[in-house]
Write a protein that binds this ligand. Structure first.
Ligand SMILES: [Zn+2]
Length: 289
C-alpha cells in the first residue's frame, strides 16, 4: 500500500495524488436547484451561536428517506456550523470553442467548493450528513455507477447537492477520439438530465485526465467548465497541492467511498479551519446554474 505523506510538496506527490485522488484508480476501491445554498429556515437557530452551544440536530427534525441511517451523536458533534456564504460573484470565463479547465475559482470571497465523484458507494448516512452539514455540494456522477440506485442521489439533491457529469463508463478520455469523448460526455449529461430533471452544465473527466479534445467536446456538449481540484480527500485525510490550508476558491475532491463520512467531515473541518464557507460551484460559473 502506498503511503502518502500529509502536506507533502505538490511536486513530489503529483503522481501519488493523482492515483489516490483520481477516481477508481485502485481495483479495491469502487471507484458533486436552488439558486443558492440552502439557507436556514425562518425561525431556525441563529447562525452565530457560540461554539460551546450544541448545534441544533437537523437529523432529528428531518425524516430520513428509505434506506438512510441517522448520524451517531459523536458524528453529529463533528459537523462544523457555517454561516451563509456570500452572494456569489461569478468568475469571468474566456470565450472560445473549448470549455475552461478549472481547479480554483478566481475569487477573493471566503468560499470553497466540495465536489464528490463517481457514485459506486451509496453510503446510508450520506443524506443525514448532507442535511446536518447544510452545505451545497457538487456530485460528479458516473452513469454506470449509479444506474442501479438513481433514487439514492435524488435524496442527496433534496439535501442540497447538484448533479454534474462524469462520463458513462469512466474510461480514460485523454488521447481518445472526438466521437468517443462525445458519447461519454454528452451521453452522461443527457442521461443525468433525464434522471434528475436538470441537465449537467459542468464536467469532470475520469482520473482528472483530459486533452484538448476533451475541452472541445465538453464545450460542444454544453458544459460551461471542466474541473480538476486543489485538495483531494481519502480515508479521512485531506491532501493539499499547495499550502497546507484550503484557499479561497479551491475546488476540493472526494469520492463516494467506504470512508465517506470521515472524508466529508475532514473536508468540512478543513474548510472551517481555513475560515471559509462551502459555496455552490454552479453560482460561480456563468451559465452553469
Ligand atoms: Zn471518477
Amino acid at each position: 500500500m502506498v503511503q502518502l505523506r500529509r502536506n507533502a510538496p505538490w511536486s513530489a506527490t503529483l503522481v501519488l495524488l493523482a492515483l489516490v485522488a483520481g477516481c477508481g484508480a485502485s481495483p479495491t476501491v469502487r471507484p458533486e436547484t436552488a439558486a443558492a445554498r440552502p439557507g436556514p429556515a425562518p425561525g431556525s437557530a441563529p447562525l452565530d451561536v457560540p461554539p460551546d452551544v450544541p448545534p441544533p440536530s437537523p437529523s432529528a427534525s428531518v425524516s430520513l428517506p428509505a434506506g438512510s441511517v441517522a448520524l451517531t451523536r459523536s458524528e453529529l458533534a463533528r459537523v462544523p456550523q457555517f454561516g451563509p456564504p456570500p452572494v456569489a460573484v461569478p468568475m469571468t470565463l474566456p470565450r472560445g470553442a473549448s470549455a475552461p479547465w478549472i481547479s480554483r475559482i478566481a475569487t477573493s470571497q471566503k468560499v470553497a467548493f466540495i465536489t464528490i465523484d463517481d457514485g459506486w458507494e451509496k453510503n446510508p448516512k450520506a443524506f443525514a450528513l448532507l442535511t446536518a452539514a447544510h452545505v451545497p455540494v457538487t456530485l460528479f456522477l458516473q452513469v454506470d455507477a449509479i444506474r442501479s440506485d438513481v433514487d439514492h442521489f435524488k435524496a442527496l439533491v433534496a439535501a442540497g447537492a447538484t448533479v454534474e457529469a462524469h462520463t458513462i463508463t469512466h474510461q480514460q478520455l485523454k488521447g481518445r477520439s472526438y466521437g468517443l469523448q462525445k458519447r461519454e460526455i454528452c451521453g452522461s449529461a443527457d442521461q443525468l438530465g433525464q434522471w434528475y430533471g436538470r441537465r449537467p452544465t459542468l464536467f469532470r473527466p475520469p482520473f482528472g485526465a483530459k486533452d484538448a479534445t476533451t475541452l472541445r467536446v465538453a464545450h460542444d456538449c454544453g458544459m460551461k467548465a471542466v474541473f480538476f481540484w486543489k485538495e483531494a480527500t481519502n480515508k479521512g485525510k485531506v491532501y493539499y497541492q499547495e499550502k497546507h490550508v484550503v484557499q479561497p476558491g479551491d475546488v476540493i475532491l472526494m469520492h463516494f467511498r467506504p470512508a465517506f463520512v470521515n472524508d466529508f467531515l475532514a473536508v468540512l473541518k478543513a474548510i472551517h479551519d481555513a475560515g471559509l464557507t462551502p459555496a455552490r460551484l454552479q453560482d460561480y460559473i456563468p451559465g452553469a446554474a
